[in-house]
Design a protein around this ligand. Structure first.
Ligand code: ADP
Ligand code: 5GP
Length: 189
């Protein structure tokens, strides 16, 4: 489909710093955008509906799925998350680079649907640091942290399938590396 090369999928274990790095990149390069996904999880403090996510009930999510408005979705730690067709198609049509920050199953589905997109895996410096970041963020219960850490091992095992890999040691450096990947891709057909 035309415009696929403008799609950049950023994945990696929860707590690795994807949102922090992507926010930094968007701040420095306002020509790059980020899709807003739909989710059924509860809103965290500081999040805004329509900006962080579209926060939907499970029924609303199911209706959107049935109507074909969601191109890929997954159940992650008991909540649904999905990429909205309207978001992806808008940026492909506008030929504007856009980042999708999604987990590994969704990343694989986006790559299958849009083979000319670029998948980027963000690794933590090591597992101890990942656990530290997840705990320091302080947004999840102990039970959810444990689930996310278990899932992280499976996710890292799938990272070999990605087009690009970056390590989030220093936020700014990692954001610059992702921006270089975007620039390199946009000059190719
Ligand atoms: P993710 O989006 O991958 O789940 P976040 O962006 O929410 O991760 O980051 C998780 C926590 O780690 C946050 O508290 C964030 O401030 C912190 N963090 C992110 N990147 C770094 C880094 N390079 N060094 C130290 N702490 C970081
Ligand atoms: P969080 O609850 O921390 O915001 O997100 C949990 C996980 O869901 C993260 O790995 C995040 O990248 C992923 N995620 C967010 N939106 C989507 C989406 O639209 N599709 C998929 N597959 N995963 C998503």
């Amino acid at each position: 489909m035309q415009g696929e090369k403008y799609l950049f999928v950023v994945s990696g274990p929860s707590g690795t710093g994807k949102d922090t790095v992507v926010s930094q990149l968007l701040k420095k390069h306002p020509e790059v955008h980020k899709t807003v996904s739909a989710t059924t999880r509860a809103m965290r403090e500081g999040e805004t509906n329509g900006v962080s996510y579209y926060f939907l009930t499970k029924d609303q999510f199911r209706s959107e799925l049935e109507a074909g408005g969601i191109v890929e979705h997954t159940c992650y730690c008991e909540n649904y998350y999905g990429t909205l067709r309207s978001e992806v198609e808008r940026y492909m049509m506008e030929q504007t680079p856009v980042i999708l920050v999604i987990e590994v199953e969704g990343a694989g589905n986006i790559k299958r649907l849009y083979p000319d997109s670029t998948t980027i895996f963000v690794l933590p410096p090591d597992m101890k640091e990942l656990e530290h970041r997840l705990r320091c963020r302080g947004t999840e219960s102990e039970e959810v942290i444990e689930k996310r850490l278990r899932r992280a091992e499976t996710e890292i095992a799938l990272s070999a399938d990605y087009d690009e890999h970056v390590v989030n040691d220093v936020v700014d450096t990692c954001a610059d590396q992702i921006y270089s990947i975007i620039q390199d891709r946009l000059v190719r057909d």
